[in-house]
Design a protein around this ligand. Structure first.
Ligand code: SAM
Length: 277
């Protein structure tokens, strides 16, 4: 293989590689090792601790699917919280919704946002929106301190290691329940159904123990391990798999639409078995 290559060890026995034109940025922040690479197949790419977070080439799939399923399920998503998501992609999508009055982004690592604003401006495009509130603090503490504050909570976190570990726990889901208003719902990225089977099964069990409605849905993200990615919803009232998805007029998306919303909840048998539903 000629030239410079980036390789992510997705599991101890599976690797993903792509050719790199240039390393644009590298630093060690107080929380993690942060890099921005210019890759041939996907364009600019953000990595944290050697793990791909987002790329200009395929970010739309993940960012639209982690936001619009919940936004189209809640009839009045006025106050939205994003935990993690320091690249700004989820914030950009949330603020496309005309009924959102305020979107609070709680990112633990200030440098992720600063570097994304510099190198990934098409993803980090909504930070200056007057409806955005950006806080650099721990999302776990934030939900504990904000009861009944949000209609929709989006957990756009790194993998369950380091500062993100607590974002995948039953205690955290209980605090998310408290932080939601009466008809609120949350969505979290919940990793690969191939490589994180036990984690997904545990999350489904934990969320089902806290919320009356729990659903898993899928999207195809080429740069994430296995390509097929899961999201888990916990909802106090509205069932995202049963509602007629409501997209505001004039909003444009590249992956998400109401038909994709409905189809995303059709789970292959191996995923059904995994979550026991
Ligand atoms: N789309 C990405 C993925 O699934 O690979 C996640 C993107 S976003 C960059 C993840 C962010 O979560 C990181 O910037 C990280 O600093 C942040 N994060 C991790 N733990 C956190 C916590 N406890 N509170 C707030 N943010 C956290």
């Amino acid at each position: 293989m000629k030239g410079l290559w980036f390789t992510e060890l997705q599991t101890p026995v599976v690797a993903f590689s792509c050719r790199v034109r240039q390393t644009l940025h590298w630093e060690r922040t107080p929380y993690q090792e942060l890099a921005v690479l210019d890759t041939e197949p996907f364009g600019r790419m953000l990595t944290l601790d050697g793990v791909i977070q987002t790329t200009v080439g395929d970010e739309f799939v993940y960012h639209e699917m982690i936001t619009w399923v919940a936004l189209s399920t809640h009839p009045r998503p006025r106050r939205v919280l994003i935990i993690g998501g320091g690249d700004g992609g989820a914030l950009r999508e949330v603020l496309k919704h005309p009924e959102v009055e305020n979107a609070t982004l709680v990112e633990i690592d200030r440098r992720v946002t600063e570097v994304c604003r510099q190198y990934l401006p098409e993803i980090a495009s909504a930070f200056d929106d007057p409806r955005a509130t950006v806080l650099f603090e721990d999302g776990i503490v934030h939900v504990q301190e904000h009861p009944a504050a949000y209609d929709v909570i989006i957990i756009d976190s790194t993998d369950p290691v380091g500062p993100a570990e607590g974002l995948f726990s039953a205690d955290f889901y209980r605090n998310v329940y408290q932080a939601l208003r009466e008809e609120g719902l949350f969505v979290a990225q919940t990793e690969s159904p191939f490589f994180n089977r036990e984690l997904l099964a545990r999350i489904y069990r934990d969320v089902s123990g806290v919320f009356p409605v729990c659903r898993v849905y899928l999207a195809s993200v080429p740069t994430y391990p296995g390509g097929l990615w899961t999201f888990t919803v916990g909802s106090k009232r509205f069932d995202p798999a049963a509602v007629e998805p409501r997209m505001p007029q004039g909003v444009t998306t590249r992956y998400y639409n109401p038909a994709v919303h409905r189809a995303a909840f059709a789970l292959p048998n191996f995923v059904r078995e995994l979550i026991g539903s």
